[in-house]
Write a protein that binds this ligand. Structure first.
Ligand code: HEC
Length: 229
C-alpha cells in the first residue's frame, strides 16, 4: 500500500522519505496556521480594561476593591497629608488656575472662587451658577475626605457636575494640593493619621524584608564554603 502515491520507477526507500517529507510538511503547515491564528486573534481580542471604571455605583465599591485589593489599596488621605508639601501643592494647583481663582474676594471664573474652600460647604460661592447636580449637594461640608474624593474623580463623586476635570489619580498629589488649599484662607488643623493604617503596613514590610535578608546571608555563605571543598 506504500506505493499508492509513488512515482513510477522510484525505489521503495526513496518513496518512504518522499512520503515522510509530505507528512511533516503538512504537520508543520498546520502548526504554523494554529500559531498564526492564535497571534492574530490574541491581537484582535485582547480585552482592554480602563484604568479606572467610568462610574462608581454606591455600595458596589467595597466589593470591587475586595476583588482587586492590590490596585485599590490607598490609605486614608490623612496618612498622605502628614507628609505632604504645600509648596508642591502650589504647583499642582496650576491645573486648577485655568478655571478657579483662590485669592480672597477673587472673581468666579469658569469655576467658583476657592478661597477658604477647605472646611467650607458644597456650592459655597454666592453668584456662581452651579450645575443642578452640585446644587443638589449644597451645604454638605467640604472636609479633607470629601475634597479628596472630589479631586480624585469629580465625575464619580458628584455625577452630572460641570467641572471638566478628570481628577488627580495620585494620592500624594491630592494631599499636596489639599495642604496648599488649606493655606489659602482655611488653615484647619490636619486630620489625625489613623493608627491602623501604618500598623498594618509595618509587619508586612518586615516580613518582606526578612526573607530578602535570609537570601543575602545564604548568598554570602555560599562562596565562603566553596574554597573549603
Ligand atoms: C475646566 C475648568 C475647571 C478646572 C480645570 C477645575 N475646576 Fe473646579 N470647578 C469647575 C466648575 C465649573 C465647578 C462647578 C461645578 C458644578 O457646578 O457642577 C467647579 C467646582 C469646584 C469645587 C466645588 C466648589 C464649591 O463651591 O462647592 C471645588 C472644591 C473645585 N472645583 C476645586 C478644583 C481644584 C482643586 C481643581 C484643580 C485640581 C479644579 N477644581 C479644577 C471648573 C474647573
Amino acid at each position: 500500500m506504500k506505493l499508492r502515491f509513488s512515482r513510477p520507477g522510484a525505489s521503495e526507500a526513496e518513496l518512504d522519505s518522499f512520503e515522510w517529507n509530505k507528512i511533516s510538511g503538512w504537520v508543520l503547515t498546520a502548526l504554523i496556521a494554529v500559531l498564526g491564528l492564535t497571534i492574530v486573534t490574541g491581537y484582535i481580542y485582547t480585552p482592554q480594561k480602563p484604568e479606572k471604571p467610568g462610574y462608581v455605583v454606591e455600595g458596589v465599591e467595597e466589593e470591587a476593591s475586595a476583588a482587586a485589593p492590590a490596585a485599590e489599596a490607598e490609605k486614608p488621605i490623612a496618612f498622605y497629608l502628614a507628609t505632604a508639601s504645600a509648596e508642591k501643592g502650589a504647583s499642582v494647583y496650576k491645573k486648577c488656575a485655568a478655571c478657579h481663582t483662590i485669592n480672597q474676594g477673587g472673581a468666579n471664573g469658569i469655576g467658583p472662587n476657592l478661597y477658604g474652600i477647605v472646611g467650607n460647604v458644597h456650592a459655597h460661592a454666592a453668584g456662581f451658577s452651579y450645575s443642578d447636580a452640585m446644587l443638589a449637594t449644597k451645604g454638605k461640608p467640604w472636609g479633607w475626605d470629601e475634597l479628596n474624593e472630589w479631586l480624585k474623580a469629580p465625575k464619580a463623586y458628584i455625577p452630572g457636575n460641570k467641572m471638566s476635570f478628570a481628577g488627580l489619580s495620585k494620592p500624594e498629589d491630592r494631599a499636596d494640593l489639599l495642604l496648599y488649599l488649606n493655606t489659602q484662607g482655611s488653615n484647619l488643623p490636619l486630620p489625625p493619621v489613623p493608627a491602623e493604617a501604618p500598623a498594618a503596613e509595618a509587619p508586612a514590610a518586615d516580613a518582606a524584608a526578612a526573607p530578602a535578608e535570609g537570601e543575602a546571608a545564604a548568598a554570602e555563605a555560599a562562596p565562603a564554603e566553596a574554597p573549603a571543598q
